[in-house]
Design a protein around this ligand. Structure first.
Ligand code: 6GU
Length: 237
């Protein structure tokens, strides 16, 4: 069983949408587990305080290192990585998702307020991970994103067709566009090659559409794409 333990002030947000659909069925079948620890339970004093004002001044509150450390201890990570979801983190990639899914699970710390005291992040050797270049009000939706990406890779969660589709993104290209019946809809035709029955031409068209989408929408991916050779050519030149 792949074990997820969430350290959060909002335990009711889990498993959330992951209790539905394929991830939900896998959860019910014991493919993975989703435990929560309420950070409030580790808070100090009559008010169970978990945060305090930032040294050096500034807006917002910072989660105390002693409180977060006690929650980490209670999570009993064992061999599992401890991940702190923060917009300061390294980007979540399919490569990291694949590594996490291949392991025993993860302990996910969801930050609120302005952040978490950096000393406990370092002391617990947390991996700081971000899900994109925008700001969420807390780490919880980011943790749901990370978990969705991992759980779909666990053995038996997805069919062979869907799990194969991951390979195109791993290869560094965006997916080609999809079409189904009707062949003509509101004056819009399906690209004729897809109706031709020529498998090699379909494959060539899809590859070109993948390349076009990547070039136009994700020049960052395109320039590092092995099948393009952009970075390799640049390095050689
Ligand atoms: Cl992991 N947390 C928050 N609060 N905002 C984010 C994020 C994480 N990743 C992108 N934005």
């Amino acid at each position: 069983m792949w074990r997820a333990t969430l350290l959060t002030l909002f335990p009711a947000m889990f498993p959330g949408s992951l209790g539905q659909s394929l991830a939900g069925r896998a959860l019910a079948n014991g493919v993975w587990s989703c435990e929560t620890l309420d950070l409030r339970d580790f808070g100090l004093g009559r008010h169970r305080q978990v945060d305090d004002t930032p040294f050096g001044g500034g807006a917002g509150m910072v989660m105390r290192p002693d409180v977060v450390d006690a929650a980490c201890e209670a999570a009993a990570p064992g061999g599992r990585p401890l991940i702190f979801l923060t917009p300061r983190g390294k980007p979540l990639t399919q490569a990291l998702v694949r590594d996490l899914a291949a392991g025993p699970g993860a302990v996910l710390l969801c930050g609120r307020y302005e952040g978490v005291d950096q000393r406990v992040i370092e002391a617990r050797e947390m991996i700081e991970v971000s899900v994109g270049d925008y700001v969420l009000s807390g780490g919880e939706p980011a943790a749901l994103v990370l978990l969705d990406a991992c759980v779909r890779l666990l053995p038996g969660v997805m069919g062979a067709v869907e799990s194969g589709e991951e390979e195109s993104f791993s290869a560094g290209l965006l997916e080609y566009p999809h079409y189904t019946r009707p062949a003509e809809w509101e004056g819009r035709d399906v690209p004729p090659v897809l109706l031709s029955g020529h498998h090699a031409e379909v494959a060539a068209w899809r590859l070109e559409e993948s390349r076009r989408a990547t070039r136009e929408r994700r020049p960052d991916l395109w320039n590092r794409c092995a099948s393009h050779g952009g970075a390799l050519a640049a390095a050689a030149g």
